[in-house]
Design a protein around this ligand. Sequence first.
Ligand code: SF4
Length: 412
Amino acid sequence: MSYDDSVGTAKGQGENARLDSLKQFRSAGRGFWSHVSEADWSDWRWQLKNRITSLEQLQKLMPTLTPEEHAGTVLANSKLALAITPYFFNLIDPADENCPIRTQVIPKVQETHTASWEMDDPCGEDSHSPVPGLVHRYPDRVLFLVTDRCASYCRYCTRSRLVSNAAGYDFHPEFEKQIEYIRKTPTVRDVLLSGGDPLLLSDDKLEYLLSQLRAIPHVEFLRIGTRIPIFLPQRITPALCAMLKKYHPLFISIHTNHPRELTTEVREALGRLAEAGIPLGNQSVLLRHVNDDLTTMRALVQKLLMCRVKPYYLYQCDLIAGSAHLRSSVRKGLEIMEGLRGHTTGYAIPQYVIDAPGGGGKVPVNPEYVLSRNADRVVIRNFEGKIFEYPEAADGTPLVKAPKEIEEPELV
Ligand code: SF4
């Protein structure tokens, strides 16, 4: 039964109520930090200094740690560091073992279980790196890694080999060499600053990079990939926004997976970026028990639009070593896409992609809407399952037949 089929039933009413609740904007609040001054709480550097980074801190704040979480946290620093900003920690429901926020940032011992098909570098970035910290995999664009640090660490990170230095990766980007490579490579028209999280750099350092890149005539387009507006909305200061707006065209891709991450604080931070004229997109990863159901995903994409963010990609989770417990199935991903397309605003619909393992790049994955195709016609189905025929045009030959609806076959 689809979401729409269930409208009017008890299940449908329950899902509607859940959708409405997930779409509410709430503040993360102060939680355990009610004694902290407003000035400190709103200071991004205070948030970073006071992150939860050890089992001792976590146990004190959350005595409900499960045995799997306890064992995972003990081992966390041998794979991917543990860090959670106080702000983001307040979104966790300590009473819910399956809290979708908790699942994303608290380690579990399952991270140490690695299947033979899992990889440390699932996108093959290291083999496409002409200078340290630069990945040149596609002809006209490069990935510029600026830091290996993040405000908090996601347990499913594609760059878990690299971020936080917990696994001992030798990450030493050399900004001058990275910039020089781009300067000498005229085919590069698009530079994506990523990491780690570029917005952890100071305004001055970030401005230095942006100004150097903007001065290269063949660089048309700059992008920043960041989860900072979600983990640390305090970092999106008016001064940062004023600096960023000098380097247009500049786009920002944020990363959020669950509608509860979109708080009033995040909505305000994203509003500041939007007011600086920065087009905003979102990348989500399909994660088991986090967002692999239609109602949650529908709430997320609709709420993103309310924050002036276009849902951009929905990623099938990469085959990262130790991530099996977090990966959802492609079948579920396709069901969700089927439930979104036509059932909600087109702007709200991300492109579902699988990053082809080993470095094959992003491959779009869609439910089947083209049922058959030959030299004369294309048979397509719409979101309601109705079948239509569209006359194919030979190049340069005008259409002679109008599209028409054909008899609906029996659906299985
Ligand atoms: S913020 Fe991005 S780079 Fe950092 S741990 Fe999360 S997914 Fe990885």
